[in-house]
Ligand binder design. Structure first.
Ligand SMILES: [Zn+2]
Length: 374
C-alpha cells in the first residue's frame, strides 16, 4: 500500500509522513477509526514508508526490493496478529495465515465481516488467545531479517483478551530495538487502558464525500450522479462503497424490498409479511444483516430530513421519492424504539435465532411503531 493509493485522508497522510521523515516515530501506534476509513491501509503505507530506502517526501518509491516485498506482504519483518477462533490446543494467528493472506490479496480495504466470511466463522466469536502474547514476544526478540524495523501489526486490538493484553504490556512499553507496533482498530474503548496509554493514537476519520466521489469516478468509472449517490449512502466508508459497486443493482433491490416491506407492515398485511419473512429467512445471514443495516440507514435519514435540512439526508435519487412519502411516519416518538427493534433483530440474526421468526416478529412490531402518533 502506497500513500497515493489511500482514499482521501490528505492531511493525516502528510502528518504521518512528516513524523517518519523527522524520525519522530513512537514505537507503539494505534490507528483508530471507523470501518472503511482506511486505518489498515494507512498503517501499511506508514510501515512501508518507514522502511523504503528510496522514499521521497511524498511516498515510498514503489519499486525497490523492500516495496516489492510489501506489495505482497512478504516483507520478512512484517508480522500480523489478528482475531481467530480456537481450532487447536495452541491458538495463534500463524495457524490462519493462509486465510489472512487470501483476505489481503483482495485489497487493503476490508472489514471484520469479510474476515468472518473468509474464516467461515460467522457464528463464532473471534478473539486473540493468550498464546499469541508469547508468539509476539518471541518473534520480536529475533534479529531483524531485513535490517530495518521489525513491524508487529495487531489488527483489532479490541479483541485482545485481558490475559493477552497484560502479557504484552512489557514488550509494548520496552520493545526490543527497532520495533514498531502498529495496532489497527475501530475503537479504543474496548482496549485495555494500560495498552492505550502506552501507544500513540492516530485518529482516522471517515473519508470526506468529495474524496469518495473522486475515487469512485477516477478509479471505478462511476459517473458523477452515481458517485454522489454512493458517497451519500456509504457515509465515508470505502469498504461499503466497494461492496455497493460490486453489488450490481443490489441497492435498488434493497430499496424495492424495503418499500414493499414497509407497505405491508403499515397495512399489517399478514400474507405479504409472511412471504417477506420467508424470503428473508432463506437468505444468508450476511444478506439479512445488510438489509437490516440498510433499513437502519433509511430510518436515520428520514429523521435527518424531518428535523434537519432535507438536503443533508443521504438519499439516492431513487430513494428520494419513496422517502418523501415515508419520512413523515418516522418521528421523535418512534425513532428510538424502531432503532432498538432493528438492533435487536440484528443481534438475533447474529445469534442464529430462527430468522423467519425474527423478521415476522419485527414486521408486527414495525406495524405498531408506524401507527404511533407524533
Ligand atoms: Zn521502495
Amino acid at each position: 500500500m502506497l500513500f497515493k493509493d489511500i482514499v482521501g485522508q490528505t492531511e493525516l497522510k502528510e502528518s504521518l509522513r512528516r513524523r517518519i521523515r523527522s524520525g519522530d516515530i513512537s514505537h507503539a501506534n494505534m490507528f483508530v477509526g471507523p470501518e472503511g476509513s482506511g486505518h489498515f491501509p494507512l498503517a501499511m503505507a506508514f510501515a512501508r514508508y518507514a522502511c523504503c530506502p528510496n522514499r521521497t517526501d511524498d511516498d515510498s518509491c514503489g519499486t525497490c526490493d523492500v516495496c516489492q516485498k510489501f506489495d505482497s506482504y512478504q516483507y520478512a519483518d512484517l508480522h500480523f496478529t489478528f482475531p481467530i477462533y480456537k481450532k487447536s490446543e495452541r491458538s495463534v494467528s500463524a495457524g490462519f495465515m493462509s486465510e489472512w493472506r487470501e483476505l489481503l490479496s483482495t485489497g487493503a480495504y476490508f472489514d471484520f465481516e469479510q474476515w468472518l466470511a473468509m474464516l467461515n466463522a460467522e457464528t463464532k466469536q473471534l478473539k486473540m488467545y493468550v498464546d499469541e502474547a508469547s508468539e509476539i514476544v518471541q518473534q520480536l526478540s529475533l534479529k531483524s531479517y531485513e535490517g530495518r524495523y521489525k513491524i508487529q501489526v495487531i489488527w483489532m486490538p479490541e479483541l485482545l483478551g485481558n490475559d493477552v493484553s497484560n502479557k504484552l504490556l512489557k514488550v509494548i512499553e520496552e520493545p526490543p530495538a527497532d520495533t514498531l507496533f502498529l495496532m489497527v482498530g475501530n475503537s479504543v474503548d474496548r482496549v485495555l487502558g494500560t495498552i492505550v496509554s502506552r501507544t500513540q493514537i492516530v485518529h482516522v476519520n471517515v473519508i470526506d464525500d468529495d474524496d469518495m466521489v473522486k475515487v469512485l469516478m477516477e478509479k471505478h468509472g462511476s459517473n458523477q450522479e452515481d458517485a454522489n449517490d454512493i458517497a451519500h449512502f456509504v457515509e465515508g466508508n470505502y469498504v461499503k462503497a466497494l461492496r455497493v459497486m460490486n453489488d450490481n443493482g443490489g441497492q435498488e433491490a434493497f430499496l424495492a424490498r424495503f418499500r414493499d416491506w414497509m407497505r405491508s407492515c403499515y397495512k399489517r398485511d399478514a400474507k405479504q409479511i409472511s412471504v417477506f419473512a420467508q424470503e428473508m429467512g432463506k437468505g444468508s445471514r450476511e444478506a439479512q444483516k445488510q438489509f437490516l443495516g440498510y433499513t437502519l440507514h433509511f430510518v436515520r435519514q428520514c429523521i435527518v430530513s424531518n428535523y434537519g435540512e432535507v438536503d443533508l439526508a443521504r438519499f439516492t435519487r431513487e430513494e428520494q421519492s419513496f422517502a418523501s412519502k415515508f419520512a413523515p411516519f418516522i418521528h421523535h416518538k418512534n425513532v428510538i424504539s424502531i432503532t432498538e427493534l432493528l438492533n435487536e433483530a440484528f443481534r438475533d440474526v447474529e445469534r442464529n435465532a430462527n430468522q423467519r421468526l425474527v423478521f415476522m416478529d419485527l414486521s408486527l412490531k414495525m406495524h405498531q411503531e408506524l401507527h404511533r402518533k407524533q
